[in-house]
Design a protein around this ligand. Structure first.
Ligand code: ATP
Ligand code: MN
Length: 466
């Protein structure tokens, strides 16, 4: 049998009912302590937040070997799995054989000591997954990705892959990164002095996508229910704890769904994901609850168990105006809500997640369905405690003429979006969708405070080291 085949994961060992059997365990040393008569190694392999305790009789091993077993070193240990003598763990391994795969010099290994700041850990993104915090976050992140696919698959949605490089620049969701192979030091120019993208790789100007929605609509108008789950890019210079320049987004798009169906789906989806985390990630959540956010688990349960408030933007503005609270940004019908306003509604006024609907058309995208009042659109934002906006969505404008009218108002050339308009020309149907920011979800579920700490390699202004 291969070495890998013989290895038992630490998660497996800690859950095992077997005793007095030989096992092979592999992982990285978290701590070593002890005395002349006995040494204890806490070993972690990332399969669980918990370590396995390896008990070593120093007289049975060369002194040289024991000296090199320091925090960060990687080991193979063979030994007997027994009931643990100490408290805190059900089992431990009595070492019979130890092999060091790789040493970690105590003088220079950055994770030698516990309690580094999250800011410092961001500078060592290649090592921070070995900390308890990032191990927990990355496991929860994985569980959420899996649960998203499971949720949609179980409900008849098809996973649709939409392009990351896009030739349509009318999505309007944020500033875009350009994609080009032109020689930056010697740009070809047209007669009127502009960059000549006809000589570019795609024969036109292209960008990294800010959203897969427009293409997902193509899928919905054929397969009924689709979703995307991929990276999106926004070149906005917003240095906030909730924005990344590269983030992952989940965008379901459903034919024959109106705004109420859309809201129902968004609420059910979020509750499912949070419940999935409570059911499957409890040891990680308990750790995060203890270390970072004592209300985390209560908050997650609260969101699962309570209905979201559904409210008109106009009423939301009234509540904010009457709150008597001094906000940094103005509150006025027609202005977009800032995160401070969103959080006031959620955390102080309703004390529940809020779905705000029917926003003024001027502050929402051109593709949202116009209400009969001619002033507002069938938009919905789901607002969460500590996060603010976690989902943005809408019923889409399905009427050809109204959509063209909106494009003219906003200054989008209909011919640039001919294919999008043809969806309204041939077999148009009511349809709706939304976008969930994956990292905002992971922020909420882990209770972490900064979005840079819930993605392995954050991309933010002036930061793309790893
Ligand atoms: P915000 O107002 O918070 O900047 P937005 O209205 O620009 O967000 P949408 O275009 O509606 O965002 O995108 C859908 C979802 O994607 C948002 O609800 C949010 O969860 C997430 N999101 C948007 N921008 C970012 C970003 N820069 N980093 C991480 N997540 C984001
Ligand atoms: Mn939005």
């Amino acid at each position: 049998m291969s070495e890998a085949g013989k290895r038992t994961t630490i998660a497996g060992l800690l859950g095992s009912q077997e005793r007095n059997v030989d096992v092979t365990v592999k992982g990285w040393v978290r701590t070593k302590r002890g005395n002349k008569n006995v040494a204890f190694i806490a070993l972690n392999d990332g399969t669980t937040i918990n370590n396995i305790q390896v008990v070593v009789d120093p007289s049975a091993f060369p002194e040289e070997l024991l000296k090199d077993i320091t925090t960060g070193a990687s080991l193979r240990v063979e030994g007997l799995l027994v009931d643990s003598q100490g408290s805190g763990q059900p089992v431990e391994v009595q070492a019979k054989e130890i092999e060091i795969y790789g040493k970690a010099d105590p003088e220079s290994y950055p994770l030698q000591k516990k309690g580094h700041s999250l800011e410092f850990l961001r500078e060592i993104a290649h090592l921070r997954p070995r900390t308890n915090t990032f191990g927990a976050v990355l496991r929860v992140r994985h569980a959420m990705a899996y649960a998203i696919h499971k949720y949609f698959n179980d409900r008849g949605f098809y996973y649709m892959h939409t392009p990351l490089i896009t030739g349509s620049d009318a999505e309007g969701a944020g500033a875009m990164f350009e994609v080009t192979t032109l020689d930056m030091d010697n740009l070809p120019k047209t007669a009127d002095g502009k960059v000549d993208h006809s000589q570019d790789f795609f024969g036109k100007a292209t960008n990294l996508t800010v959203s897969g929605q427009l293409e997902a609509e193509i899928g919905a108008m054929a397969l009924s229910k689709v979703y995307t789950f991929g990276p999106t890019f926004r070149a906005e210079n917003s240095n906030t704890p909730r924005h990344l320049a590269e983030f992952w987004m989940i965008e379901p798009e459903m034919a024959f769904f109106d705004l109420v169906d859309d809201m129902d789906l968004a609420e059910d989806f979020l509750k499912y994901l949070i419940k999935y985390a409570l059911d499957n990630c409890m040891s990680d959540l308990e750790f995060l609850n203890k270390m970072y956010d004592n209300e985390l688990i209560d908050r997650l349960k609260f969101v699962v168990e309570n209905d979201f408030v559904r409210l008109d933007y106009t009423e939301g503005i009234e509540i904010l105006k009457q709150s008597g609270k001094k906000f940094e940004f103005p509150v006025e019908w027609g202005l977009d809500l800032q995160s401070e306003h969103e959080r006031y509604l959620v955390e102080q006024h309703f004390k529940k997640p809020v779905i705000l609907i029917n926003y003024p058309k001027e502050i929402k995208a051109f593709y949202m369905k116009l209400n009969d009042d001619g002033k507002t659109v069938r938009a919905m934002d789901v607002l969460f405690p500590k996060i603010g906006e976690i989902i943005g969505g809408s019923e889409r404008e399905a009427d050809y003429d109204k959509l063209v009218g909106r494009m003219h108002e906003i200054g989008i050339k209909p011919e640039d979006m001919w294919w999008y308009l043809e969806l309204r020309k041939f077999g148009t149907a009511p349809h709706s969708g939304f976008g969930l920011g994956f990292e905002r979800l992971v922020l909420f579920v882990t209770g972490m405070a900064n979005i840079r700490d819930v993605i392995p390699f954050p991309r933010t202004p002036k930061n793309a080291e790893f």
